[in-house]
Every structure is written in structure tokens, then in C-alpha cells.
Design a binder for this molecule. Structure first.
Ligand code: PMP
Length: 297
């Protein structure tokens, strides 16, 4: 893992409408986004120079901000062009792309009606969220301490920085115990998701995934559901109790950063990455690079 800190790198970051030198893309310590978590972000991946489902991510960023009560001052079209600029300026071909929007420094209290909204877009190389040799056998998960909150408690469908507080706690506790990630239940005790990826179970040749009624309905999740249906695999969204893990032959996670990651263990329950997981991993790898094939044809 690269230990070069993220604030001390070469390259360019798009900040409020212009490309600035990477090291100059700064905020002041008195920033509402930092103190009160009025901040939303995206995580995207470019494959062979093109961001997969780019527009969906820009649209989600806008919606995430709306759910927190602020409006991003750049249209989806402007964001689309800005992301392209960032990739080109950094000579990035296969890269992770991170747009971020936050309330600035005009007001420093819970109320921040007059704050300006800032937007930054960075990108960097992030080949795999989990080490490839671990990913192959399936990652090991433990149970997370905290549960996904009810939609009555938080704006759960916003990709809001504040909702990641419990994810970082869960992930750190998992890593301290020798696991790669933590599996979160929802507020009712149903299976929900990992700290940065959605959950899928393969049960007798069918795919079962928790209904996303209190967490992010991931863009990768929806892509993988379509890929499975294209293979005539039945896909079922439903609420599942944790005991249902005993019925599953294969488990995997999906997310922009995680892509499709097989799970080998959930605290003592063992799984082997199987044929369906492998097929979908292949299909996903083709889907994200489909545009390169079209260009070659
Ligand atoms: N859940 C959480 C908590 C996440 O952080 C992510 C990654 N954005 C996902 C699910 C998967 O979302 P996507 O497939 O859109 O990246």
C-alpha cells in the first residue's frame, strides 16, 4: 500500500471550477463540512480512460446534496466535463475518481443557511480495495458493532460523509481482529451491507440481496443484478435474517471500489467463491470495459 499521504502528491485537483495544483487543494479548519458533516461524496472508477456509469454518479452526488438540504452549484454536465479534465490532467487511465461537495466557512453553527457550497474532484490509482491474493480466496468479515440506521433517523440514501462514521469504526475494529471488513445489520436486525459495499448471497443457484430500504442502492449492485438476469439467474431482493447465511453457498460484495469481492468467511461461517460469483466477476470486468471493445471494433 502506498504510504504517500493524500495531501502531498503531484497532480491536479478540480476545485470550485478550476484545476489547481494537488497540494493547493485546501480547506480552512473552520469549515462546516468538517465540523457538522455537511459533506457528500462519490466514488467512481475509470477503466481505460472512461468512467463507468459516470452520469449516474454525478446525478447521485446532486441527490445526496439535496437530501442534506444544499444544492451543488455545478450542473451534472459541468461535473461530467470536470471529471474528464481531472483524468486528463493527471494522465489517469485506470483510476478511482472522488468528487466531494461540502458547506464552507461562512457560518459555524448548526445553522449554515448562507454557506457557500464547494466542490472538489480528485483521482488516484486504486487497483483493488482488497489485496488480490486475499480477494481470490474470499475476504473474511466479522459482525459490525453498529447497525444501519432507520430512514427515520438519518438521510440514509445520501452518500453523506456523516453516515460513514459507523463504517470506519466497524472497519477499524474488523482490521484490529484480523478481518478485512465488517458486515452490518440494519436497525431491525436484518442483513444489510459491508462498510463500503453491498451484500449478495447465492442460495441454490439464485441470487438473494437485501432490500435497500435503509442503505445505498449501489450502482454496482444494480449493474450486477442486471448481469445476473442476463445470465438467466433469478435475482430476489428481500429482507433476510443473519441465520439465512447458513443457506448460502456463495457470498459476495459489490461496490465501485470493491467491484465484485468474494467473501470466504463471516465470523466462523465459511464460504467458497463459486461458479456464479466467478461468472459475475468476469461479466462485470467485461461490462466496465465494454466501451474499449466498441472503440476497437
Ligand atoms: N454501501 C456503501 C456504504 C458504500 O460506501 C458503497 C460504495 N459507494 C456501496 C454500498 C456501493 O455503492 P456503489 O456500487 O454505487 O459504489
Amino acid at each position: 500500500m502506498s504510504m504517500i499521504p493524500f495531501d502531498d502528491r503531484d497532480g491536479f485537483i478540480w476545485l470550485d471550477g478550476t484545476l489547481v495544483n494537488w497540494r493547493d487543494a485546501k480547506v480552512h479548519v473552520l469549515t462546516h463540512g468538517l465540523h457538522y458533516a455537511s459533506s457528500v461524496f462519490e466514488g467512481e472508477r475509470a477503466y481505460a480512460g472512461k468512467i463507468f456509469k459516470s452520469r449516474e454518479h454525478s446525478e447521485r452526488l446532486h441527490k445526496s446534496a439535496e437530501m442534506l438540504g444544499f444544492k451543488i452549484p455545478y450542473s451534472v454536465d459541468v461535473l461530467e466535463r470536470a471529471k474528464e479534465e481531472v483524468l486528463v490532467a493527471n494522465k489517469a487511465v485506470d483510476a478511482y475518481v472522488r468528487p466531494l461537495a461540502w458547506r464552507g466557512s461562512e457560518m459555524m453553527a448548526v445553522s449554515a443557511q448562507a454557506s457557500t457550497i464547494h466542490v472538489a474532484i480528485a483521482c488516484w490509482a486504486w487497483p483493488s480495495m482488497f489485496k488480490p491474493e486475499i480477494k481470490e480466496k474470499g475476504i473474511r468479515l466479522c459482525w459490525a458493532r453498529y447497525k444501519r440506521p432507520s430512514p427515520e433517523t438519518e438521510p440514509v440514501f445520501s452518500k453523506a460523509a456523516g453516515l460513514y462514521m459507523i463504517c470506519t469504526i466497524g472497519k477499524h475494529e474488523a482490521e484490529a481482529k484480523g478481518y478485512q471488513d465488517a458486515l452490518m445489520l440494519d436497525w431491525r436486525g436484518n442483513l444489510a451491507e459491508a462498510t463500503g459495499a453491498n451484500l449478495f448471497l447465492v442460495i441454490n443457484g439464485e441470487i438473494h440481496t437485501p432490500t435497500p430500504d435503509c442503505f445505498l442502492d449501489g450502482i454496482t449492485r444494480r449493474t450486477v443484478m442486471d448481469l445476473a438476469r442476463a445470465r438467466q439467474i433469478k435475482v430476489i431482493e428481500r429482507h433476510m435474517r443473519p441465520e439465512e447465511l447458513d443457506k448460502a453457498q456463495e457470498i459476495f460484495l459489490t461496490g465501485t471500489a470493491a467491484e465484485i469481492t468474494p467473501v470466504g468467511e463471516i465470523e466462523g461461517r465459511m464460504f467458497t467463491p463459486g461458479a456464479i460469483t466467478k461468472q459475475l466477476m468476469d461479466d462485470y470486468a467485461s461490462a466496465v470495459r465494454a466501451h474499449t471493445k466498441h472503440q476497437a471494433a
